[in-house]
Design a protein around this ligand. Structure first.
Ligand code: IMP
Length: 180
């Protein structure tokens, strides 16, 4: 374990098993559809790479990068697109792949933005969700794990751009958690 992270919340074995289950479910639901997975940079990179390899249906991937104004812990809901999709999603079956849904503000913005491009369908798959922190309700079709209100890192998630490389999800000790 990395020296400065706290308790392991989700082990690499648990992640692997759950992602296999999600992959089977998504493969069943999207059989015969025109699936485009939209990964939200940078946190969802590790998750989307593993999820993709569990799919048994044809799919494409594309990426968006967004930044949310506000402190590192609290998003404001004002979102700026840093990188847009490369391809059109009009008429296609879009699945947004997120690392974590916290307040829900970023995802709420993304869904409104992508819905305006007239996809055939628009759903969300998030590895983690913190329901206690929700400020706006967002429909998450596929969830990996519900976690308590604690700041987590690893498996793509960062604190100040570090810890993304851990193959498990861990909490950060209180003294390293970004201030509210
Ligand atoms: P929301 O708009 O508040 O739902 O924030 C979503 C984004 O905040 C996620 O995509 C993450 O980038 C970041 N985030 C929220 N909670 C955590 C956490 O516990 N660890 C790392 N990043 C987080």
């Amino acid at each position: 374990m990395a020296a400065s992270v706290g308790e392991v919340l989700i082990s690499s074995e648990q992640l692997e098993l759950r992602i296999q289950e999600l992959g089977s479910q998504i493969s069943r639901d999207y059989a015969g559809k025109d699936l485009v997975m939209v990964g939200v940079l940078r946190g969802a990179v590790v998750f989307i790479a593993d999820l993709l390899r569990q799919l048994e249906v044809p799919c494409e991937i594309d990426f968006m990068a967004v930044s949310s104004y506000g402190s590192s812990r609290d998003s404001s809901g004002v979102v700026r697109i840093l990188k847009d999709l490369d391809d059109s999603i009009t008429g296609r079956d879009v699945l947004i792949v997120e690392d974590i849904v916290d307040s829900g503000l970023t995802l709420n913005y993304l869904m409104r933005n992508l819905r305006a491009r007239d996809p055939a369908s628009l759903e969300v798959c998030s590895l983690l969700t913190k329901p206690e922190r929700r400020r706006v309700e967002v429909p998450i079709r596929y969830t990996g794990f519900e976690i308590p209100n604690t700041f987590v890192v690893g498996y793509g998630l960062d604190h100040a751009q570090r810890y993304r490389n851990l193959d498990y999800v861990a909490s950060l000790p209180e003294d390293s958690v970004p201030t509210l």
